[in-house]
Write a protein that binds this ligand. Structure first.
Ligand SMILES: Cc1cc2nc3c(=O)[nH]c(=O)nc-3n(C[C@H](O)[C@H](O)[C@H](O)COP(=O)(O)OP(=O)(O)OC[C@H]3O[C@@H](n4cnc5c(N)ncnc54)[C@H](O)[C@@H]3O)c2cc1C
Ligand SMILES: *[C@@H]1O[C@H](CO)[C@@H](O)[C@H](O)[C@H]1NC(C)=O
Ligand SMILES: *[C@@H]1O[C@H](CO)[C@@H](O)[C@H](O)[C@H]1NC(C)=O
Length: 500
């Protein structure tokens, strides 16, 4: 009896080897985009499939994407996403996993809020003084808003448990509702109206709340209230950055996994192989549902490759520099991505601020505008290098490119050997209360991380979005694969018995 069973198993093995490819249920995955979202997706796909997976990660420019550093006089400074909130669990986990250190974020220093005529609020060296000044001008509003935003963050934390339990969400509404059933409604009311309904004063909304939205999103209080709360949280204390540069997190996550192959190409098209039979063909290689068409920058000839799973980890609005076409898919309306991104210019200047121009004293380290139409600048802030060293480098955010005349007015001294250096970013979505929250799942095995940016754009959001599409891809694929494997193994058993 015992012997017989062994023989059955032996035959089953032989048949399994001769009958099918050893690649069974080892998906070939493409990730388009090597920012923090694509890196997070690659990391979690690797974990979920326990490394039984092949990943091609396409990145046309630099790994890190909107996390990038700029070099001035041998020191690097954050040029894109810089501030990480203390409660950003995934960014914290990634840094620990990769052995990266943290440094305090430089924007926590002395700042003032400027309306173009005067400084309506200025932080003091002493926290108690700052609080007293806040209460003097705004009553208890700052305290109440701090509590309100913290309660939003408490609900937000639920996403981490849900993701640990491998819960995936097909669209943004579903993801937000899982944190709190009322969150999707926050997308339909402006920050201003939401706070007014809750009894906050116009002065507080139009000055402090607006200043956070101008500096964090280049926008104002007409944005939807979910991103409004994220913006206010980003103005809080206990903010940090990764020592050496935030982009190191994306680089580290990608390099950590040997089966992630980085491919320096522009992806131009994703074609659905509509002949692909989803019910059986997974087991009869080589056949894949999706074909990617891609090209080296500046070279005319295109190449193609085929994949089981495709994850898009870059925005798909029509204003993006490198657009991706979708061919052969059944529902064209699933591939329309409305809206546009806010352009933010980041200008780096090594020099001295002209404090007379701004009408402020020498100790100032940051200026936030609550009236960008008038002030031209959205913010000006003195930077620490990514190593945490003090510097004379200032970062200016504007909505239009900053002219050299303006620079001469705003700075009394400019080191013209090193600066100015300008970055033009398609930085984050332009938010309104009419945005249609998008889908993470675009097709059977095609996913889009950046749908999450329409709830709020931030490193942590993209990390969560990347993990969400990894979970969706894993659940969908293993679901199909175990069903097929089950089907196949019963067939196998029958075969073995017949041969015995
Ligand atoms: C100026 C600025 C300040 C910010 N400040 C903060 C902050 O303080 N805190 C915070 O949390 N967040 C901040 N953010 C937001 C944060 O940086 C982003 O939300 C996050 O980095 C987005 O990551 P991602 O991976 O989703 O997208 P991206 O980083 O944009 O990655 C997409 C990648 O895909 C590549 N790509 C695009 N198309 C193709 C193609 N067709 N083929 C191949 N590759 C392609 C791109 O080159 C890019 O590298 C800021 C952003 C900007 C611009
Ligand atoms: C989001 O997904 C859920 C679950 O599939 C669905 O019921 C809902 O209609 C979707 N919402 C939107 C806005 O697409
Ligand atoms: C600084 O700004 C003031 C006010 O705009 C201007 O009069 C002055 O010339 C500027 N100083 C320098 C050194 O550029």
């Amino acid at each position: 009896m015992q012997r017989g069973l062994e023989i059955v198993l032996l035959f089953a093995n032989i048949i399994a080897i001769s009958n099918g490819s050893p690649e069974h249920c080892k998906p070939k995955v493409a990730i388009i985009g090597g920012g923090i979202g694509g890196a997070s997706a690659g990391h979690f796909i690797s974990e979920l499939f326990e490394n039984v997976v092949d990943i091609d990660l396409f990145e046309a420019n630099k790994i890190g994407g909107r996390l990038a550093t700029v070099m001035l006089q041998n020191n690097q400074y954050e040029a894109g996403g810089s501030i990480i909130h203390n409660r950003n669990q995934l960014m914290k986990d990634f840094s620990e996993l990769l052995g990266l250190q943290r440094r305090p974020s430089s924007t926590a220093d002395l700042y003032g809020v400027w309306n173009g005529d005067e400084f309506i609020f200025q932080e003091s060296n002493y926290e108690v003084m700052t609080l007293a000044k806040l209460i003097y001008r705004y009553g208890m509003d700052p305290v109440h808003l701090y509590r309100y935003v913290n309660s939003v963050l408490d609900d937000f934390d639920k996403i981490y448990e849900l993701q640990n339990d491998r819960r995936g969400f097909v669209n943004v509404t579903e993801l937000l509702a899982a944190m709190n059933p009322n969150f999707p409604k926050m997308l339909q009311i402006s920050m201003k109206d939401q706070l007014k309904n809750l009894g906050y004063s116009d002065r507080f909304i139009d000055e402090l709340v607006k200043a956070t939205l101008v500096v964090n999103y280049g926008q104002e209080t007409d944005v939807q209230s979910f991103v409004g709360c994220v913006s206010v949280a980003g103005a809080g204390s206990a903010l940090w950055s990764v020592k050496g540069g935030n982009r190191k997190v994306a680089e580290g996550l990608i390099n950590k996994h040997q089966h992630i192959r980085t491919r320096p190409y522009i992806v131009e098209k994703i074609t659905y192989n509509s002949e692909y039979d989803w019910s059986t063909q997974m087991l009869s290689s080589p056949n894949y549902p999706y074909t990617l068409t891609y090209r080296k920058k500046g070279e005319p000839n295109v190449q193609i490759d085929k994949y089981d799973i495709v994850i898009i980890a870059t925005p798909l609005t029509s204003d993006q520099g490198m657009s991706i076409a979708f061919a052969n898919f059944p529902n064209n309306e699933d591939f329309i991505f409305p809206g546009s991104y806010q352009t933010t210019y980041a200008t780096f200047i090594e020099g001295q601020l002209n404090t007379t121009y701004f009408g402020v004293d020498e100790s100032i380290q940051g200026i936030l505008s609550c009236n960008p139409e008038k002030t031209i600048i959205s913010s000006v802030g003195k930077l620490s290098s990514v190593e945490g060293e003090d510097s004379n480098v200032w970062k200016i955010f504007t909505r239009e490119s900053l002219s050299s005349e303006m620079i001469t007015k705003m700075f009394s001294k400019v080191n013209d050997k090193s600066s100015p250096i300008e970055y033009e970013w398609k930085a984050y979505p332009k938010y309104s209360i009419n945005d249609k929250p998008g889908n993470f799942k675009l097709h059977k095995a095609l996913y889009h991380e950046n749908a999450i940016e329409w709830a709020a754009s931030a490193m942590e959001m993209s990390a969560i979005g990347g993990r969400n599409v990894a979970i969706l891809a894993y659940n969908d694929y293993t679901d199909r694969c175990t069903r097929l494997k089950g089907f196949r193994s019963t067939q196998r058993k029958l075969n073995s018995k017949i041969e015995l």
